[in-house]
Write a protein that binds this ligand. Structure first.
Ligand code: A3D
Length: 320
């Protein structure tokens, strides 16, 4: 069987980390694409030279030509600009929308059968626009945010309870912004819901509320520390988990920005929900029961995503 082909659009901080992880896991041969001349080629060469040391077999090439992504099985999109301190994700909308148009056209021409994972911010609007520009089926275009936001929530909870991160399972729903919804009700330590752990005296409501808030602003906390860009290790690891779920038909239930049409009272929008990823891409959106507070928060988040789509349509009238 021929090796799978993984195309990475954007060879910046996340793109380079994605290439390294994909090579280490031998997910397939890797093509790094960027508009910056020399950058994808240089990173590809550097990463190729990890092969003998780390012992992986993967061809890694860099390119500025979309033709080289032809036939890709998985495409992960990070092209665009990241946040700087003081910027919200939404401030990136105008510039990254143009980038999504170029990427969408490249996908339509060269990789129409790929499973496409978008990471570019503002995520929920960019994944929607990328789907529109590319014309690919909705089940094959998905956004990465919930896996990362849940990983942040899990990390903070593991620290709070003093337990292994492996035993913490969390869900963060809604848009990837300040209105995201960490769902405490469905977050557990080895099956024990966080509200029960509070009742057992292992934490307090105030501490968990503070963790929810820290999760919501988890990306901004890192931007504030790095000063020159945004998080990239955990975002890359999260997208790789989604790519593996597709390539290996794992049927994983992951929180992702999926196209929702009907569930949760949402019509025709990309928003963070639990969904099953397998060989068909997004195979199912899972509708979990939410308490009144989570429902209200999800609605705020959905409204925020809708506003972004109106802004997108205002900038590019082909999206109307
Ligand atoms: P960065 O290191 O700047 O890399 C972006 C790359 O995109 C650069 O190498 C650019 O040259 C390249 N690029 C720009 N325009 C184009 C184009 N038209 N075609 C191809 N390549 C282009 O950023 P990064 O890797 O740190 O972040 C990438 C994106 O991910 C940003 O929009 C971030 O905001 C976003 N991000 C999202 C999350 C989520 O959880 C959703 C987390 C972290 C970062």
């Amino acid at each position: 069987m021929a090796r799978k082909k993984i195309a990475l659009i954007g060879a910046g901080n996340i793109g380079g980390t994605l290439a390294h992880l994909a090579a280490q896991k031998e997910l397939g041969d890797i093509v790094l694409f960027d508009i910056a001349e020399g950058v994808p080629q240089g990173k590809a060469l550097d990463l190729s030279q990890c092969g003998p040391v780390e012992g992986f077999d993967a061809s890694i090439t860099g390119t500025n030509d979309y033709a080289d992504i032809a036939g890709a099985d998985v495409v992960i999109v990070t092209a665009g600009v990241p946040r700087k301190p003081g910027m919200s994700r939404d401030d990136l909308l105008g510039i990254n929308l143009k980038v999504m148009k170029a990427v969408g056209e490249g996908l339509k021409q060269y990789a129409p059968d790929a499973f496409v994972i978008c990471i570019t911010n503002p995520l929920d609007a960019m994944v929607w626009a990328l789907r529109e520009f590319s014309g690919l089926p909705h089940n094959k275009v998905v956004g990465m945010a919930g896996v990362l936001d849940s990983a942040r929530f899990s990390t903070f909870l593991a620290w709070e309870f003093g337990v292994s991160v492996r035993d913490v399972n969390t869900f963060v729903l809604g848009g990837h912004g300040d209105t995201m919804v960490p769902v405490v009700q469905y977050s557990t330590v080895n099956g024990i819901p966080v509200p029960d752990l509070i009742k057992m005296g292992l934490s307090t409501q105030e501490k968990i509320d503070a963790i929810v808030q820290r999760t919501r602003s988890g990306g901004g906390e890192i931007v504030g520390l790095l000063k020159t860009g945004s998080a990239f290790y955990a975002p890359a690891a999260s997208a790789i988990a989604m790519a593996e779920a597709y390539l290996n038909d794992q049927k994983r239930i992951l929180p992702v920005a999926a196209y929702v049409d009907g569930q949760y009272g949402v019509d025709g929008l990309y928003v963070g929900v639990p969904a099953m990823i397998g060989a068909e891409g997004i195979e199912k959106v899972i509708e979990i029961e939410l308490d009144a507070e989570a429902k209200a928060n999800l609605q705020v988040s959905v409204d925020a995503v809708k506003e972004l789509l109106v802004a997108c349509k205002g900038i590019d009238n082909t999206l109307a």
